[in-house]
Design a protein around this ligand. Structure first.
Ligand code: F6P
Length: 325
């Protein structure tokens, strides 16, 4: 029977993680359990950094970006010795179950721990939206809106100067953020890892946009694409200087996309998934990821989530291309 749980945030932070910590803590208190927050993800498990969280200590954080618990990518936890140390510290602190808020690597770690017999549930959180077991993850909507705001701003200066912009967005090996911000931002082209686009094709798209009388061209490039924004910029300058119609500039958005306050969608998603992960523990369901599928809070066995990445809907790329005329 559960009396005490621990919660941690791991991997890249995502807007909405604080709302998830709050939801986990208060839902667990509702069950009559005590809650420990673990500092800096799996590193805090390995190095024994636990502190008690009560309803008040998670007050005033729902609107804050980042994570109050801190996050890290922990090498030690990838080794069995690190995981054994983590289990030792969990038992030393009287913890009966753990909730891991994070993305792909973090849920793979959660699975490894649950395979060692410890009750663990995950909460789907990453701006990359590459996690199997959730249509959308905590942080995606806010990151998308940040990328979109940058795209909208770049379009106005691009139009004033008749320029083409290559805008690089995050997403690791997944093109979701690039594709969706490209569609929503009305980009002329989207370059993503899932479907190869050659630099020549990018050059053709830009000069075709110029020939059609457009005042600018905007190309959204995923950081994980075979040719990133820098590589494309160098290629276009070396091979197509003065031939594209537009002058070319490149902008990389980087970590700006992960910072700042979570928007309403992410606060709500985090609240629902944090609550859902605790409810699952309460009904004795362990070793699952709590995510959102078809508009419903669902659980998926971590075995089906660990080490996998979600594929992208090819039809969305077609949509981006058709609407870019
Ligand atoms: O997984 C989230 C993410 O922001 C990716 O989009 C990006 O590739 C990576 O993390 C960056 O990692 P770090 O913050 O360690 O530089």
């Amino acid at each position: 029977m559960i009396k005490r749980i621990a919660v941690l945030t791991s991997g890249g932070d995502a807007p909405g993680m604080n709302a998830a910590i709050r939801a986990v803590t208060r839902s667990a208190i509702e069950q009559g359990w005590t809650v420990l927050g673990v500092r800096e993800g799996y590193l805090g498990l390995v190095t024994n950094q636990f502190r008690e969280l009560d309803a008040r200590s998670v007050g005033g954080i729902i609107q804050l970006g980042g994570t109050m618990l801190g996050s890290a990518r922990c090498k030690e936890f990838r080794e069995e010795s690190g995981r054994k140390q983590a289990l030792h510290n969990l038992s030393k602190n009287g913890v009966d179950a753990l909730i891991v808020i994070g993305g792909n690597g973090s849920q793979t770690g959660a699975y490894a721990l649950s395979q060692m017999g410890f009750p663990v549930n995950g909460v789907a959180s990453t701006i990359d939206n590459d996690l199997v077991g959730s249509d959308i993850t905590i942080g995606v909507d806010t990151a998308l809106n940040i990328a979109l705001e940058a795209i909208d701003r770049l379009k106005t200066t691009a139009s004033s100067h008749r320029r083409a912009f290559l805008v690089e967005v995050m997403g690791r090996d997944c093109g979701y953020l690039a594709l969706m911000s490209g569609i929503a931002g009305g980009a002329e082209a989207v370059v993503i890892p899932e479907f190869e686009t050659t630099p020549e094709q990018v050059a053709q798209t830009i000069s075709a946009a110029y020939a059609r009388g457009k005042s600018h061209a905007l190309v959204v490039v995923a950081e994980g694409a075979k040719h990133d924004a820098d590589a494309l910029f160098r290629y276009l300058n070396e091979n197509y200087k003065d031939e594209l119609g537009f002058e070319v500039r490149a902008t990389t958005l980087g970590h700006v996309q992960r910072g700042g306050a979570p928007l309403a969608y992410d606060r709500l998603l985090a609240s629902r998934l944090g609550y859902g992960a605790v409810e699952a523990l309460a009904r004795g369901e362990y070793g699952v990821l709590c995510g959102m599928k078809g508009g419903q809070v669902t659980t998926t066995p971590l075995a089906e989530v660990a080490g996998k990445t979600k594929s992208l809907d090819e039809r969305l790329l077609k949509l981006a291309q058709v609407l870019a005329r």
